[in-house]
Design a protein around this ligand. Structure first.
Ligand code: AKG
Ligand code: FE2
Length: 253
């Protein structure tokens, strides 16, 4: 069972649906993040990225994804019986890199539900020069061919994850994102783990209050995560409701 105090609120779940991500600042014991950084640095991952085996080599990473705030967010978005995917990757961004192209890791599934999320953990502070991950809010509802997407540069409302060590950014699998250039003088690591839903939602798995939600749901009809045309906004409104109805169990009753 997840600890109730760590489950998301209605407001946070609605924000995830609209924007496509939720940031957790996890408080790990003193020295924990730095010790993971050192372990990763000792593995020479640029020459030999261990791929999925990173968890076996750095078992402390289990503690990251077991943190009550991280678990609470995952249960809220994926249900009590969510599962850690066997695929994972340590993204190494050493000094001197160029920005990655915008892309989706997801496979453009033909539904608008929360079935898989990325959980990106940063074991060091990520300052603007150190190659943070950039995200584009609301793009989990937008599909574009990857080669077209790769021609885009900066978006006005992009969010650059300048975060503290210990942060876990949880995103919808389909959100558009990219690593930015590392102009700093140390390597930036990011651990990307995937988590998936184990079963169909029957009821809300977060701290849900149906009275409070009535007012909050108005956000679905007017809030825009980024400037967009009216016609795109109409489309995303419908998709948000689809996602919400699935999450509260309405789509499966
Ligand atoms: O390193 C990052 O910040 C993002 C990397 C990434 O998204 C990828 O390689 O798929
Ligand atoms: Fe990616």
């Amino acid at each position: 069972m997840a600890d109730k105090p760590y489950l998301l609120t209605d407001d946070e779940v609605i924000t995830f649906i609209i924007r496509g991500y939720h940031i957790v600042e996890a408080d790990f014991p003193e020295g924990f993040n730095a010790s993971i950084y050192e372990e990763l640095d000792g593995l020479n991952l640029l020459q030999n990225n261990l791929g999925d085996a990173i968890l076996d080599r750095v078992p402390k990473l289990y503690q990251v994804y077991d943190h009550p705030k991280v678990r609470g967010a995952l249960v809220s978005l994926l249900g009590e019986d969510f599962q850690m995917n066997s695929h994972r990757h340590c993204h190494v961004n050493p000094p001197g890199t160029r920005s990655q192209s915008w892309h989706q890791d997801g496979v453009n599934q033909r539904h608008h539900q929360i079935r898989t999320v990325l959980a990106m953990y940063y074991p060091q502070d990520v300052t603007p020069d150190l190659g943070p991950t950039a995200l584009m809010p609301g793009t989990h509802f937008r599909n574009a061919p990857t080669d077209r997407m790769a021609t885009y540069a900066n978006f006005r409302e992009q969010v650059v994850l300048n975060v503290k060590a210990g942060t876990v950014a949880i995103t919808h699998y389909d959100i558009w994102h990219a690593a930015t250039a590392n102009r700093g003088n140390r390597t930036r690591y990011m651990l990307k783990f995937l988590f998936s839903r184990g079963s169909e939602p029957k009821a809300p798995s977060w701290n849900h209050d149906s009275e409070e939600t009535k007012g909050l749901m108005r956000r679905f009809s007017f809030e825009r995560p980024c400037a967009c045309s009216q016609s795109d906004h109409y489309k995303e409104r419908g998709l948000r409701m689809e996602m919400w109805n699935h999450l509260i169990g309405k789509a499966n009753s």
